[in-house]
Ligand binder design. Structure first.
Ligand code: ZN
Length: 465
């Protein structure tokens, strides 16, 4: 089915496969499925909304609102949020359930989520877990002795790099994996002692390489496979190679000339139509080791995924920007990862989580939560209010009546998105996922509920479209 994007007016397609996926992530309450409608925004507009949550590299000094200490944070001091230093945020000095509230049927869901989001403490960083001596990092996990690296996992002694994983001693690198002693490398895998490399795999002791595989001791060369002692794609004896290269590297003028020659050489070799390795049935760019994955970028080890970016080792996910790892059934998320199942419209949720909708900073085993902020190990919560039993729907007739009033399948603004809650012993929830476009958007859309077409960024700033 062809649709017009409600934001930019471009045509985009929704396939039968897409519809099947939306069905598979639609929530079920009391054995009744509440269908998530297809999106009304095209891929690019959906991506923009997800990225509005992403403050990757801007770090600020501000006070921790719990201790009063000066801290680093992705939130500048003027932002109207409560921000705790991320280690303090993890302590039991405060309780996010204290910020829980009854659902108010006189207000929209997004309005109520926004109010909770403004007062419930947020983490100072999006992600800086299990890291050692790596304070100036963000969106970063398990790093040691690293400085100013972003979107980075399992690195050691790395600096000034972005989108890097499992590297050691890498500096000024971008989208580089499992490499060591690398400088100024882009899109490189399993390289050692490589400088100024691009699209290289298993290369070592080399400099100025483009699209090379399995090469060692090569200089200013392009599109070589399993070669050694080459300069500008020409072979040399070992001694001659070493003499020429050391002469060039010790002379600024000769180095500049070599770089010019290398640039000219790159233009003469065939360029692969996309950047990636070992894929099967894949459409995208900068994607590797993936299968049956389309319209995805900067991804690795995906299967049956669509519209994902910087997303890894996961299956059956769509519209996810960062970061994955053993995840499935994710839809319209930013920065959700480390084993999730069925998580939609959420931001910064991770570690063994499932059945989360419209949540932020809900971590470490959170399950079955809706519209919650900053929870750990919680289940059956709505707007941070803890319910004792399972979340259940009320009578199906109520839903039918409500649906007829609102018009299922009609494109509605977010104001019409509603979740209705009744308390009867345990928790009884009437959830109405109607034909609203909000069902297909990340929670930033909440700002539309107050009457403006405005997107917010993760550091709290906002701008008009
Ligand atoms: Zn659009």
């Amino acid at each position: 089915m062809q649709k017009l994007c409600s934001h930019c007016g471009q045509t985009f397609e929704i396939t039968d496969d897409d519809l099947q996926f939306y069905d598979s992530v639609s929530p079920v309450f009391s054995n009744k499925k509440y269908a998530i409608p297809p999106p009304t925004l095209c891929f690019d507009c959906r991506q923009q909304r997800r990225m509005a949550w992403r403050n990757e590299k801007r770090l600020y000094h501000r006070k921790c609102d719990l201790t009063g200490k000066q801290i680093l944070s992705i939130y500048s001091p003027d932002k109207p949020y409560t921000v705790y230093e991320h280690h303090e945020w993890y302590t039991d000095k405060w309780n996010p359930i204290d910020y829980g509230r009854e659902y108010d049927f006189g207000k929209t869901f997004f309005e109520q989520f926004d109010a909770l989001h403004h007062v419930c403490p947020l983490r100072s960083f999006n992600l800086q877990e299990q890291s050692e001596n790596s304070d100036y990092t963000n969106l970063a996990n398990r790093n040691k002795n690293c400085y100013l690296i972003f979107a980075a996992t399992d690195n050691e002694d790395c600096y000034y790099s972005t989108y890097v994983q499992r590297n050691k001693n890498a500096v000024d690198c971008f989208f580089t994996f499992e490499s060591e002693l690398c400088y100024e490398c882009i899109d490189c895998y399993n390289c050692y002692h490589l400088t100024h490399g691009q699209y290289c795999q298993n290369c070592s002791n080399s400099s100025l390489l483009f699209d090379c595989r399995g090469c060692s001791d090569c200089f200013a060369s392009a599109a070589l496979v399993n070669k050694q002692y080459h300069i500008l794609n020409k072979p040399y004896a070992k001694e001659e190679y070493e003499k020429i290269v050391s002469g060039i590297q010790g002379n600024r003028t000769m180095m500049d000339q070599a770089q010019n020659d290398f640039t000219a050489l790159k233009l003469t070799v065939p360029h692969k139509y996309y950047a990636g390795l070992s894929n099967e049935n894949v459409i995208g760019d900068h994607i590797s080791y993936s299968k049956n994955t389309h319209h995805s970028f900067d991804c690795t080890y995906l299967e049956d995924c669509e519209y994902c970016t910087w997303f890894h080792q996961s299956q059956n996910c769509r519209d996810c920007y960062a970061w994955g790892f053993d995840c499935s059934l994710g839809y319209e998320n930013h920065l959700c990862g480390n084993r999730f199942q069925n998580v939609c419209f959420s931001e910064s949720c991770w570690n063994d989580i499932s059945n989360l909708f419209y949540c932020r900073y809900c971590l470490d085993g959170c399950k079955d939560c809706f519209g919650c902020v900053s929870l750990l190990h919680k289940q059956y919560c709505i707007l941070n209010k803890q319910f004792e039993g399972r979340l259940r729907t009320s009578h199906p007739e109520n839903h039918r009546e409500h649906s007829q009033t609102q018009g299922v399948g009609r494109i509605l603004p977010c104001e019409n998105f509603s979740i209705r809650i009744q308390r009867d012993g345990g928790a009884r929830v009437f959830s109405s996922f109607q034909g609203t476009d909000s069902g297909g958007r990340i929670q930033v859309a909440r700002r539309r509920a107050i009457g403006k077409t405005v997107s917010g960024s993760a550091d709290g700033s906002s701008r008009s479209h």
